[in-house]
Design a protein. Structure first.
Ligand SMILES: NC(=O)c1ccc[n+]([C@@H]2O[C@H](COP(=O)([O-])OP(=O)(O)OC[C@H]3O[C@@H](n4cnc5c(N)ncnc54)[C@H](O)[C@@H]3O)[C@@H](O)[C@H]2O)c1
Length: 267
């Protein structure tokens, strides 16, 4: 029997990268998956990958920057599959033009800040607002967010991104505290550098080599590394795990940044 047998999962930003890998992993373990993404084509393609294997999924176009779309996502999930057990808030504003306008504090752009917070933070919070009544009626549910290492320390760029993920961390703990007594668990995942399509688009081989240097691991992360943690947190194996933020980061955070310098001096 699969580790998510009989459960219904909704994943945002699941047309690519971490969300896609998680949708495939959840379906392999018996979940019915609502694959949602800004782009209908991406969502449908991942849903088809799942159903082609005889597993259960539907694809939905959902812009998590729009409250009515989020409300519709939860309504369609419940109408189609009858319940909702797992909500994974994973979508991110990955628009390159908008990201470019988030790089310079002296030209801080309020519109970019508001949009980034809307997609990366508010989208997940509103999805909880609409999913929680169903989960509470069922007597429980598992909520996940994808956070970032950018949330936990200072940055020299992406000034709205880090703030949006720091706010995500607060909501993880707050939702966990508010609804833990009613059987809801809410946890976050903090990935290291993960080789997803958007990471490949903004990085280059030199940057990847420098990133690997600060990971205390043999390689950078793959989307499946995050999907495996999401699977554990979504499953009943994590029944006593609530309000936690899990680093799946190849050991970036286990040592001081000096380690990558000292390691070279020791050779
Ligand atoms: N890849 C990394 O190195 C890394 C590191 C830390 C955190 N993360 C986090 O992991 C999550 C997934 O990132 P990824 O690297 O898999 O990215 P990705 O670009 O591969 O996937 C993101 C998906 O979100 C969708 N999306 C964009 N705007 C949306 C919107 N308004 N509504 C709904 N969907 C939307 C995109 O279409 C895309 O399919 C994000 O929350 C990101 O912040 C990634």
């Amino acid at each position: 029997m699969g580790r998510l047998q009989g459960k219904v999962a909704v994943i945002t930003g699941a047309g690519s990268g971490i969300g896609r890998a998680t949708a495939l992993r959840f379906a392999e373990e018996g979940a019915s998956v609502v694959v949602t993404d800004l782009y209908a084509e991406s969502a449908d393609k991942v849903a088809a990958e799942i159903t082609d294997k005889g597993q259960s999924a539907i694809g939905l176009a959902v812009d998590v920057g729009v409250e009515d779309a989020i409300k519709g996502m939860i309504e369609q999930t419940v109408n189609h599959f009858g319940r909702i057990d797992i909500l994974y808030n994973n979508a991110v504003n990955n628009n390159p033009e908008r990201s470019r306008r988030d790089r310079d504090l002296l030209n801080f752009d309020a519109e970019i800040f508001e949009w980034t917070m809307r997609v990366n933070t508010l989208g997940g919070v509103l999805a909880c607002k609409y999913a929680l009544p169903h989960m509470l009626k069922q007597g429980g549910g598992a909520i996940l967010f994808t956070s970032s290492t950018s949330a936990s320390a200072g940055e020299v760029t992406a000034f709205s991104y880090g703030a949006s993920k720091a706010a995500v961390n607060w909501y993880v703990k707050t939702i966990a505290a508010t609804y833990g007594k009613q059987g809801i668990r809410c946890n976050g995942i903090i990935p290291g550098v993960i080789r997803t399509p958007s990471q490949r688009a903004w990085s280059n081989p030199d940057m990847d080599a420098a990133f690997l240097d600060i990971h205390n691991s043999t390689r950078l992360g793959e989307p499946e590394d995050i999907a495996n943690m999401a699977l554990f947190l979504a499953s009943d194996e994590a029944a006593f795990v609530n309000g936690s933020l899990y680093q799946v980061d190849g050991g970036i955070s286990c040592a001081t940044p000096m380690v990558s310098v000292v390691r070279k001096l020791l050779v």
